[in-house]
Each structure stands twice: as structure tokens, then as C-alpha cells.
Design a protein around this ligand. Sequence first.
Ligand SMILES: Cc1cc2nc3c(=O)[nH]c(=O)nc-3n(C[C@H](O)[C@H](O)[C@H](O)COP(=O)(O)OP(=O)(O)OC[C@H]3O[C@@H](n4cnc5c(N)ncnc54)[C@H](O)[C@@H]3O)c2cc1C
Length: 379
Amino acid sequence: MDFKLTEEQELIKQAARDFAQNELLPGVIERDEQQKFPKEEVRKMGELGFLGMMVDPKYGGSGLDTLSYVLVMEELSKVDASSSVIVSVNNSLVCWGLETYGTEEQKEKYLHKLATGEIIGAFCLSEPEAGSDATSQKTTAIDKGDHYLLNGTKNWITNGGTAGVYLVIAQTDKDKKHRGINALIVEKGMEGFEIGPKENKLGIRGSDTHSLLFNDVKVPKENRIGEDGFGFKFAMKTLAGGRIGIAAQALGIAAGAYELALKYSKERKAFGTEISNHQAIAFKLADMHTQIQAARLLVYQAAKEKDNGANYDLSGAMAKLYASQVAMETTVEAVQIHGGNGFVKDYHVERLMRDAKITQIYEGTSEIQKIVISRSILK
Ligand SMILES: Cc1cc2nc3c(=O)[nH]c(=O)nc-3n(C[C@H](O)[C@H](O)[C@H](O)COP(=O)(O)OP(=O)(O)OC[C@H]3O[C@@H](n4cnc5c(N)ncnc54)[C@H](O)[C@@H]3O)c2cc1C
């Protein structure tokens, strides 16, 4: 595979890097401390086209490839993973899901607004009793002729309080098990739809995570995505692509921590020399650099396979599994290289370490990625 970036991809990468340095970096510590949603920053990302990167320009998107999207995800995540997860959910799960499987009316009504950032979207699969085991949906969408009656609770929903549109997975026919699940478009403000309290999190604290409550919400039939019973497949298909975005987020967190550690190691002196001259530190940097590049190649491979129309289930799962592991290990080592300074907020690496952890949990835990990978190689 040829991973040489085109001139356009280099420009997009640089634009994302500039945006992250100039717009995300200044308030990132404060947003993390106060769990403050990056509202103004999201608006600007919408203007730059980062919220609908792969969406067809006829629906207000940027019409770019998946590789361009992962380049943007990496650069944003080097600085602010709370902002990049908003980009990831909106692009990979909500916009991609709607554009690929939605009706023309649904695209006209929602996609343009989502792609331009006029509103952002949320993807609602997880429940108190259905996380890794997503088939155990307790939320019900009962067929009432011209509408579905939606009841239940969703957990851990990214953009939960700030989204305008929610793609909600719910069980319509229990007897049909996962073939009786539907995906519905729910709008904020629909009667009976309540947003639960905001979660107080370890990392990605600027991202807005809520539980959602549905109490006899009437969702019009025309808001169903795909055929009756397509909801579980819809969720799995969108998550397969979502993993590439999260893998790129993990890659960015690792690369951001590495860049900070590399710089610090050349400035900080101990025992009369820069700490980078101590082999123990230089070897840590060598390991980080090698692992990050390996993760990058896996992420690019998955993105390229998606762009080439190949099956990317295996490559996406491998990219997420490995990049999230590298993010965790690299950020821990970056804190170590910073010594005491690594333990305080001003140097950013402690936040990156906290942010890294979520990449091993959401959109399929590392254990679930191993199930996907092992099934694929054993079949
Ligand atoms: C900050 C945050 C944001 C999130 N955003 C969203 C969102 O926008 N939309 C959404 O739908 N969900 C979201 N999630 C939910 C997330 O996807 C789930 O937390 C995740 O899938 C794990 O589910 P669980 O928490 O129920 O853990 P569980 O499924 O209970 O797993 C607990 C542990 O058991 C392991 N385990 C479970 N089953 C197996 C198995 N068969 N084999 C081996 N190990 C297993 C898991 O890997 C894990 O280590 C978010 C979560 C967080 C924390």
C-alpha cells in the first residue's frame, strides 16, 4: 500500500495542526478542569468542514476520503481528545450512517445540518445492561402503525446534552432477537425525551457524556433507518468505521504525548546534561517512536481499505486495538519523562494519559476487538 500523502492531504493535515495549536490548545486545560464543552471550537470546526469530512458536498460535506479524516483526527487529538471525539462521532457514526443507509428525505432533512456543524449528532447504542453485549437491548421501539413508541434508557452517550439529532438503537421485536432491532432518528425536544445528568469522567472531560431517557416518545415511521430489523446491522456497520476514527484518536494522543516528551527531554537537564542523553530516556523515546509509527501504518491501512471499498472490519479492529494500547503506554512514559512536571496539569501529558484510557473502552473494548480479530482470522 502506498501511504504517501497527496498535496491536498498534506494541506488538510497542516490546517488541522494549525487549528489544534491556535484554537484548541489555549483553553484545553480549563475545559478539562471544568468539564466544559468546546462550543465555540465546535462551531469553528464546522466552518472548516471537519464535521462532515466524508459527506458528499451536495449535502454540505467536504467530500474527502477516510485518510484525510484520520489525518485531521490525529492532529486534533494530539492536543484535545475531547474535541476530536465530537468530530469522530459526528463523522464516522452519525453522518456516515445517515449518508450510507438513510433515505433521501432523511439526508435532506438532517445531513446538511450535521455536516456543516449547524447541529451535532449522537449515536445511542449502549445501555445500563447492554455495553459490549449490544444485542441485549432493553430499550423498546414498539410499532404503532405510523410511528414507533420508544421507551428505555441509553448510557454514556457522547454529545448527549449538546446534540440536535440522536440515532437510537432499540428493540422492536424481541422474538427476532438482533434481527428485531431498529435504528431511529430522534430529535432533541421530542415529547418524552429527557437528557440525564452529565457524567463526571476521568478523561475526555470536555466531551459531553450523558444518559438519555425515553418515555413514550413517538418517533415517526419515516425516521427509521433502513428496512425493519436493520438496526443491529446498522450499528455494527457504523461502529466498524467508527473504530478507524477512534484508532486515529488514540494515535494522535500517543503522538501528542511523544512530541511533548521529545521536546522536554532536550530541554531538561539532570546530572549535567539533557535527559535525552541518558540512554534510559533515549530508549523510551525510541520505543515510543517505533510503536507510534506502527500504529500509524495500521490506521492508514484501515482508512485506505475503507476508501478502496474493501472489507475493513479486521484492519479497523487491529488499528483500534493496537493504537489504543500504544496511546496508553506512550502517555504513561511521557509522564515519566517529564518527572514531577508530568504530574501537573500545565505540561499536558497527565491529561493525555487520562484521555488515552477511553480509547481502550469505547466503540468496542480491547477485549471485543480481540474477539473481532480472532473470529476473522479463524474463520
Ligand atoms: C466516555 C464514554 C463515552 C461513550 N460514548 C458512547 C456513545 O456515544 N454511544 C454509545 O452507544 N456508547 C458509548 N459509550 C459506551 C461504551 O461503548 C461502552 O462503555 C463499552 O462498549 C463497554 O461496555 P460496558 O461499559 O457496558 O462494559 P461491559 O460490557 O460490562 O464490559 C466490562 C468488561 O468486561 C469485558 N467483556 C465483556 N464481554 C466480554 C467478552 N465476551 N469477552 C471478554 N471480555 C468481555 C469488557 O471488555 C470490559 O473489560 C461510551 C462510554 C464512555 C465511558
